[in-house]
Design a protein around this ligand. Structure first.
Ligand code: ACM
Length: 631
């Protein structure tokens, strides 16, 4: 214990010793241990990488390093097996147990850069750290001007959890193959290693299934709509269905190869029995409710009441009492299992509305035959049949936490999304778990006040994401595979918007998944995030600056007036405000204590400043809105 405390004290000293602002070291995720020393290493004119290992994966890491260095610096870069080198990549002959398969040791001195790891993945994460030690221009897509130096530093680093995932919903909005590759590039820079592709949903079926061509011929396309999701008009049957797309199996293979080269595993999700409108549009006989269906275009087909309550207006579920459903899913999972090398296949299982099953005579007969007492057990029957199909293809099944209801399938893994509860319950039953709670990792949610953000659902500020702990208290951590952030895309139409939702919250989640708890620090994370904003400006990747915007709170007084309290997630900001309809520049009053609203004022306008420079956006908050909230 004493030794442990000493180690922790030393680690903390290591961090205290490096003032991030002095050294300009701004790593995300924060490494396990970092000791800065004096001096630097400067890359100039001609760069040599020494990678003596004969492993193909090491050669591949070296060539990724070479490519980034060459693109940004414009210098010739060579890879050699011996001799003097600027950067040496080494595979440890005697593995350093502490580092595991993904850890690395990096030493930058005025003489050169040494990167050592037990395995190629460790070298790969080490080079991500090298990039972050270099000037921000390293992320430039063209030759840039910079002094290509790295501060002298010793880093020992390895991840806290093995599953560091990002989910990309390619079903609601189709992202092209190139966009998915870019997504992979962006995620690995923050040491994510799992790409969960949400391939099917009510709004699109995105993967070619050769034995069922109608799934993409019909299911991948919908009527085009732009505007406010969920409020669109229902497409007419003869309206062109030309918005969407899908990945051919060749595309998937190309993406898998791209991911593998970057040490990313791809988890495919086929979401059934709910969220299946695109499938039912292609094969309406799979529904319990006869009719004609079309791929949802963002018109209302479900009523969401909040608190997990929802009602279907149109049946978007597969019929659990129809044998044809299992025959179709057998074909789908046969092809999915053959394509994706990962041991898990995700079968969704979330938010299946059971109202149409209740009305179905076939389901009633199934319940009698199988002795199923309620709809949870009907869903559990369906999930267990799907588990059998998936296992018959040599794979393991994963599902959202709803698959706990009515009895979990043996061996199923759980992805916990409705908070941590389902994950904790599953881990206690000795099932593997991935934690992706909507309370911390749903990066499709609001990150600032809804009055000033694109419409979505509930609130998830950056500071809340940063509190994510993938290993909940009171569970055996050996059942926690890791954690994941999810980017749902029903409200996204462009990569710019997707990036805005993702970053910086995915910086925060990356640190929660990689870094040990003792090196996490919110204020320091914010400072580093600001450095990474500058990198993203160079890389032309979008991000949200909502962490600078104020948090509004309104309290109703006995005389029915309101008192407004403003605060910020980020410290040392001045909030300048106006009630007079003009833009509150830095000459306007700065918020110091709760505000009372002047008689007849209609709007409170605010902008946050740091050192006299605006950092937040101007937010116009109607007083009527605050009154509504204070009710
Ligand atoms: C989910 O967010 N419905 C898994």
């Amino acid at each position: 214990m004493k030794k442990k405390l000493l180690t922790i004290a030393l680690l903390l000293c290591g961090y205290v010793g490096i003032s991030q602002s002095k050294t300009n070291i701004a790593l995300i995720p924060q490494p396990v241990s970092l000791t800065a020393s004096t001096g630097k290493y400067v890359l100039q004119n001609k760069i040599n990488i020494n990678a003596s290992s004969q492993l193909a994966e090491v050669k591949s890491v070296a060539s990724l390093l070479k490519s980034t260095l060459h693109t940004a610096t414009g210098f010739p870069v060579t890879i050699s097996g011996s001799g003097k080198a600027d950067i040496t990549l080494l595979i440890n002959q005697t593995p350093n147990k502490q580092l595991g398969q993904e850890g690395y040791e990096l030493k930058v001195t005025p003489q050169g850069v040494q990167l050592a790891a037990n395995a190629p993945a460790g070298l790969f994460y080490g080079i991500q750290t090298i990039f972050q030690l270099l000037p921000r221009e390293i992320v430039s897509k063209a030759t840039a001007n910079a002094t290509w130096e790295m501060p002298a530093v010793t880093i020992v680093d390895y991840p806290r959890v093995g599953w560091r995932g990002l989910m990309l919903d390619v079903a609601r909005h189709f992202f092209t193959k190139q966009q998915v590759k870019d997504f992979i590039d962006h995620m690995v820079a923050y040491k994510y290693n799992m790409l969960h592709l949400h391939l099917t949903d009510d709004q699109g079926w995105r993967i070619e299934i050769k034995s069922l061509p109608q799934l993409t011929a019909v299911g991948a396309w919908r009527a085009s709509r732009t505007g406010r999701w969920g409020e669109f008009t229902k497409p007419s049957p003869d309206e062109p269905k030309d918005y969407g797309g899908y990945y051919t199996q060749e595309d998937i293979k190309e993406l898998l190869a791209y991911a593998k080269e970057r040490f990313v595993t791809v988890l495919p999700e086929i979401d059934v029995p709910g969220h299946s409108m695109a499938l039912v549009a292609a094969m309406s006989e799979l529904s319990c409710t006869p009719g004609t269906y079309q791929v949802n275009a963002g018109d209302k087909f479900m009523i969401w009441e909040g608190n997990g309550k929802f009602y279907g207006i149109t049946d978007n579920t597969l019929c659990p009492a129809n044998e044809k459903v299992y025959e179709v899913l057998d074909k789908v999972f046969t092809e999915v299992a053959a394509l994706f090398p990962f041991e898990y296949i995700h079968m969704g299982g979330d938010e299946a509305y059971k109202g149409y099953w209740e009305k179905s005579d076939a389901v009633k007969a199934l319940m009698q035959r199988e002795n199923l007492k309620d709809m949870h057990e009907v869903q559990s029957y369906f999930v267990k049949r799907v588990a059998k199909i998936i296992e018959s293809k040599g794979k393991k099944m994963m599902g959202w936490d709803e698959i706990l209801e009515g009895g979990i399938a043996d061996n199923a893994a759980i992805m916990s999304w409705r908070g941590a509860k389902g994950g904790i319950e599953a881990a206690k039953m000795k099932h593997p778990v991935v934690m992706s709670p909507n309370t911390h990792t749903y990066v499709d949610l609001y990150q600032g006040d809804p009055i000033a953000e694109p419409p979505t659902y509930s609130m998830l500020r950056l500071s809340q994401s940063y509190k994510f702990d993938p290993i909940p208290e009171g569970v055996d951590p050996s059942y926690i595979l890791g954690g994941q952030a999810n980017l749902w895309s029903e409200r996204l139409y462009t990569v710019r918007h997707a990036e805005y939702m993702l970053w910086p919250r995915a910086f925060a989640v990356a640190e929660c998944l990689w870094s040990p708890l003792n090196v996490k620090n919110w204020d320091n994370f914010v400072q580093r995030t600001e450095q990474h904003f500058k990198r993203y400006d160079v890389a032309e990747i979008n991000y949200s600056r909502s962490m600078y915007d104020p948090v509004f709170a309104a309290k109703r007084n006995v005389d029915s007036s309101i008192t407004i309290t403003l605060s910020t997630e980020v410290k040392d900001l001045a909030i300048h405000y106006s009630f007079d309809e003009f833009f509150p520049d830095k000459f306007y009053p700065a918020y110091t204590s709760p505000l009372t609203v002047p008689k007849d004022a209609a709007n409170l306008r605010v902008i946050t400043y740091r050192n006299g420079v605006p950092v937040g956006k101007m937010i116009t908050m109607p007083i009527a809105e605050l009154k509504k909230r204070a009710r």
